[in-house]
Design a protein around this ligand. Structure first.
Ligand SMILES: [Fe+2]
Length: 314
């Protein structure tokens, strides 16, 4: 269970980030004990029952959804969340900018579906939840991590997207306050090693249009092609200054699409593995049938490594 710390809004002060969520801990203070991390990139509706059945075969892995779930209509987004609630293994869902419009309804639907499971199922149900400004304790292949989920619903370019939504849900009202909230999560993390989960990647890795979070669309008046977010890059730099080892940053948003724009799955900089899991569309036709995309992160020889897969599921 994720416990939302109680906040008395009448006494809220901007420097009080108790609104950030600490995840409930399981045995030994670890919330997720996983063999690997399975990363599902921006789906934009490319998800079906075959995916539920396939990924449910790996309940020992933690699924990380990096956002932009449905087609963008309320009905499609709700159906997709209801489908995710059927998974047999744990999952964290980072909301993307395309999820912002109906995020309240999507959260309510997931809460309803998971509550229904807890009533109907006699065995222990898994944890499947939205995240954002939250801290989770993860044991990955025997190694302890604190996983920090970043700002929900970013559109990129270091803009503070959907300010009303973020103020309402998280009491964060600017990019500066967002960076402060993320730094507070770093301060509260108990593990030496960190993994960040975000929708969009950090600023600093997008100097060219085909870089992992480089801008490949025209934006009149903007010479800078870096589409990463400065609050996230600030938090990563801060964590390193505090002596933390940031082993991985997992995000999506900047699509690795059909245009073969050359945007890579991964880059490694200063000991940190940055992963862009957003291959769009993630379900594609082929001579072998429909192919479904995902990535998986494993601990190999003391290093985190990521690989991506196209699988036929029918
Ligand atoms: Fe997005």
């Amino acid at each position: 269970m994720v416990a939302l710390l109680q906040v008395d809004r009448s006494r809220y002060h901007p420097s009080d980030f108790s609104v950030c969520r600490d995840a409930g801990a399981g045995v030994g203070g670890v919330q997720f004990d996983a063999k690997s991390l399975i990363i599902i990139g921006d789906m934009h509706g490319s998800w079906n029952q075959l995916d539920v059945d396939y990924f449910s075969q790996f309940p020992e892995s933690l699924l990380l959804f990096v956002g932009d779930l449905g087609h963008g209509t309320k009905r499609s987004d709700l159906e997709l969340v209801a489908s995710l609630a059927q998974l047999r293994g744990p999952a964290l869902i980072m909301p993307g900018n395309n999820d912002a419009l109906h995020l309240g309804a999507l959260s309510a639907e997931l809460t309803y579906q998971m509550g229904r499971r807890r009533i109907l199922e006699t065995f222990k149900t898994v944890e499947i939840d939205f995240c954002g400004y939250s801290l989770h304790r993860l044991r990955l292949a025997g190694r302890d991590y604190s996983l920090i989920s970043a700002r929900p619903c970013p559109m990129g370019g270091s803009d503070f997207s959907f300010p009303g939504l973020l103020k309402e849900r998280h009491l964060v009202d600017s990019l500066e306050r967002s960076a402060e909230a993320l730094r507070a999560l770093v301060d509260r993390s108990e593990d030496e090693r960190l993994i960040f989960l975000a929708h969009n990647g950090p600023r600093g890795l997008g100097g060219n249009s085909n870089d992992i979070w480089g801008r490949d669309f025209s934006l009149p008046g903007h010479a800078d092609s870096d589409w990463g977010d400065s609050d996230l890059s600030d938090a990563i730099a801060y964590a390193k200054r505090q002596g933390k080892q940031v082993d991985a940053v997992i995000a999506g948003h900047m699509h690795r699409g059909r245009r073969q724009n050359g945007r890579p799955l991964e880059v490694k900089v200063d000991g940190t593995l940055y992963v862009n899991g957003a291959v769009v569309p993630r379900i594609r036709g082929s001579d072998q049938g429909e192919l479904h995309h995902y990535s998986e992160m494993n601990l190999v020889d003391n290093q985190l490594e990521v690989s991506e897969y196209w699988v036929t599921l029918d």
